[in-house]
Ligand binder design. Structure first.
Ligand code: PEP
Ligand code: MN
Length: 363
């Protein structure tokens, strides 16, 4: 990497999180000592889990919902740690949480999605972390705001936190039904591009909000070279006090992890590299052709702009815009391109056309 530009870019140390893939599992919430110990020992017995998680303090939408067992659950987690030999992680949202978690030997902390959205809270947690050397994962903020996520990384890095990781848990989005929190993969991909040194793991449980989608989301994150997974597990998922629909038993967790195909970022196999280079060359050529065509398309748009200007006609004509979209969708169907993609493509092309025409008109 070239010169570090921000404190965030210098935050990573090479041996955090230590193992790839890093698998973190445990219940959404610690409920009782028995539930926590039983879940954790069963998870450890699978041999597939590297770190145990448990929510001790739960940020809930409304008062009166289960708001976490509180500090009383920390000795249970400490006991699970001793029994299994596995490190532990909990969510912290206040300086008191940090203090209590560290007093009970919690190894790694994480900042939840509802905390990442609030710079005051993130700063308070960052200040409480000053002088400790505990690693901290930062979940993406609830809504799709990359700067806020980056800002949280920066606040922790400035407070001297050396080991920072990211957790992608999806984003709230209006009208979304397939996921509890839409993955919006382009956002974690952009975080990886901006902060290539920071490990990033995926939390399929909070993305899916159900059990059926977990494996597909987990696999997709592996395909995108994520560094690990955080998945919720409970000995009796249906009766969990929080997030019952998305938790799976430790046994099911083991099956789920067994079913995943772990991929490497690269290989030194010569044949694979040669074929890949040829295919990439094809992609480069096609991209060049597409860009060339787009350049020509914009020139035509400018000619239309000039012509419209001479005749005092508006740039935007809704009926024409609908016609373009409909044509695009039909062509896209024949070519196996999704409506979602066609819509995004034409939105971008149309906006660029409008801007070009606007420039012509204001000359
Ligand atoms: C959790 O991990 O249980 C949790 C509350 O997650 P999030 O902050 O992603 O909602
Ligand atoms: Mn949860």
């Amino acid at each position: 990497m070239s010169q570090p530009q921000t404190a965030a870019e210098t935050a990573a140390t090479p041996n955090f999180p230590g193992k790839k893939p890093l698998i973190i599992s445990g219940p959404c919430s610690a409920e009782t000592e028995e539930q926590l110990i039983e879940t954790c020992t069963q998870l450890a017995a699978t041999g597939k889990v590297d770190m145990l998680r448990a929510g001790i303090w739960k940020p809930r939408t409304k008062p009166g919902m289960f708001e976490g067992i509180g500090t009383k659950g920390l000795p249970w987690l400490q006991k699970a740690r001793q029994l299994t030999g596995l490190p532990t992680t909990v969510e912290v949202a206040t300086p008191k949480h940090v203090e209590d978690a560290l007093a009970f030997e919690v190894d790694v902390l994480w900042i939840g999605a509802r905390t990442t959205v609030n710079p005051f809270s993130v700063q308070a947690v960052a200040d409480a972390l000053r002088g400790t050397n505990v690693p901290v994962f930062i979940k993406n903020p609830v809504h799709p705001d990359l700067e806020l996520w980056l800002g949280a990384v920066e606040r922790l890095a400035k407070a001297g936190v050396k080991n920072i990781g990211l957790i992608h848990r999806g984003f709230a989005s209006y009208g979304n039904t397939e996921y509890r929190n839409a993955p919006m993969w382009h956002l974690p991909i952009e975080m990886k591009r901006r902060l290539p040194e920071l490990p990033i793991i995926c939390d399929p449980s909070h993305i899916c909000g159900n059990r059926t989608g977990l494996a597909a989301v987990a696999q997709k994150s592996i395909n995108l070279d994520f560094d690990g997974l955080m998945l919720e597990s409970h000995i009796d998922p249906d009766n969990a006090w929080s997030d019952a629909k998305q938790q799976v038993t430790p046994q099911r967790m083991a099956e789920l992890l067994d079913g995943l195909v772990w991929r490497h970022e690269t290989t030194d196999q010569q044949e694979f590299l040669t074929v890949l280079a040829q295919l990439r060359e094809q992609i480069n050529q096609l991209d060049d052709e597409i860009l060339h065509l787009l350049g020509r398309r914009m020139q035509v748009a400018e000619s239309i702009g000039t012509y419209k200007k001479e005749n005092d006609i508006t740039i935007l004509q809704t009926s024409r815009w609908n016609e373009i979209l409909e044509r695009g969708m039909q062509k896209g169907d024949q070519l196996g391109l999704t409506h979602d993609f066609i819509r995004k493509y034409f939105d971008a092309v149309h906006l660029e056309s409008i801007n070009r025409q606007n420039r012509v008109m204001s000359k």
